[in-house]
Design a protein around this ligand. Structure first.
Ligand code: NAD
Ligand code: DAU
Length: 339
């Protein structure tokens, strides 16, 4: 395959690049990433010689069209992805998540690509009450805040391109990921880094919000299964291995793993429009793709805390902002779009 991986310098995208090169070394991989605050070329440091890296914006039609000429498959991760930022700057979410996805779809259609895989989120389904129900492929869309609203719009465009133009698309809607290279603004890496530095951790509201945690490697395997065995035009929901916990339970696990006590918990003001609970039923992926998550939360969290301990330099460079210099040093230029 000749893959274009958008957002490949971000958290899940970079894990996917590593996963794909390891398991499909014969394939050609191009990464297109704007290197926003969330993009970090250091995430690809060990494979940078095995890929073509293009610094650029998925909304840049000319650039995107020039890249896809040499591509047969797009795996689309690039997005604005953080709910707290979406409440402050919704426009950038609409731009990248909706217009960017549209631009990629149009390029895929007009260049006859063999596959467009769109990486989406379970948040498009809205939220669930505590202790009851789950999301699956038949759950109606009901996003409640601006990030999932922009992802829902993108999902609709992906489906519309399949129905209207016959573009060979697939979509995955996945629950909360965690693992290596997770930017320390999301709860798990933020709390690990704070606790390690002896700082308190800010638990929003009552702390009883529930997430269905999936290790990023399981997510990457799920996308691989969809690319290799998924049916064109279909959506697959991917979720964690018995890993539904409240934020408070999660925090207590992280306190135990970092040797801190509950005095490090600080209850802070709640997130506006905070979704109460997400939970995925992945029966379809299991029966049609023979995929299921393998990594349980306790094992995954232990390995993740260890990864952050082993990669303190990576954390320090992000916390100090130095990570954004790496692209310039690696490629000797700052603004150029192609390498
Ligand atoms: P991330 O924020 O860590 O990374 C996003 C990447 O996209 C960054 O490298 C950034 O530089 C790049 N990017 C942003 N705007 C761009 C643009 N206009 N042009 C080119 N590149 C751009 O995100 P993530 O957590 O890795 O999420 C990746 C995808 O998976 C997103 O589409 C997200 O909606 C989806 N998703 C995430 C989760 C999760 O728990 N993190 C769960 C389900 C689905
Ligand atoms: O469900 C999939 C989604 O998971 C992805 O689509 C998003 O891109 C990804 O960011 C994630 O969204 P969440 O909003 O669930 O992740 P976050 O880590 O921001 O928050 C997880 C929970 O922890 C949520 O209930 C809010 C809470 N929280 C978060 C932070 C950053 C806190 O209590 N304190 C915090 O400091």
């Amino acid at each position: 395959m000749k893959l274009l991986i958008t957002g490949g310098a971000g958290f899940i995208g970079s894990n996917f690049v590593h996963y794909w090169l390891k398991n499909h070394p014969e394939d050609e991989v191009t990464v297109l990433d704007k290197l926003t605050y969330a993009g970090n070329l250091r995430n690809l440091e060990t494979v940078v010689d095995k890929i073509k890296f293009v610094k650029g914006d998925i909304c840049d039609r000319e650039l995107v069209f020039s890249i896809v000429k040499d591509i047969d498959t797009i795996v689309h991760f690039a997005a604005e992805s953080h709910n707290d930022r979406a409440a402050m700057d919704p426009e950038s979410f609409v731009r990248t998540n909706v217009l960017g996805t549209f631009t990629l779809l149009d390029a895929a259609r007009l260049n006859g690509l063999k596959r467009f895989h769109h990486v989406s989120t379970d948040e498009v389904f809205g939220h669930l009450p505590l202790g009851a129900g789950f999301f699956n492929e038949n759950t109606p869309y009901a996003p409640r805040s601006t990030y999932p609203a922009s992802k829902a719009a993108a999902d609709h465009f992906v489906r519309a391109y399949h129905i209207t133009f016959g573009l060979p698309v697939t979509i995955s809607n996945c629950s909360n990921n965690y693992g290596p290279y997770h930017f320390p603004e999301k709860i798990i890496p933020l709390f690990i880094c704070n606790l390690k530095e002896g700082k308190k951790v800010p638990v929003y509201g009552d702390g009883l919000y529930v997430r269905d945690w999936i290790h990023v490697e399981d997510h990457c395997r799920g996308i691989e299964a969809i690319l290799l065995k998924g049916k064109i035009g279909e959506t697959y929901c991917l979720g964690g291995k018995d890993s539904e916990v409240s934020n408070l339970e999660l925090t207590k696990k992280l306190l135990a793993l970092t040797g801190r006590d509950e005095s490090f918990i600080e209850y802070v003001k709640d997130r506006p429009g905070h979704d109460r609970r997400y939970s995925i039923d992945y029966t379809k992926a299991k029966s049609e793709l023979d995929w299921e998550p393998r990594i349980n939360l306790d094992d995954g969290l232990k390995a993740t805390v260890q990864w952050y301990a082993d990669n303190q330099a990576w954390v320090d460079k992000i916390r100090s902002g130095v990570y954004q210099e790496y692209y310039k040093r690696q490629y000797g230029k700052d603004e150029s779009l192609t390498l």
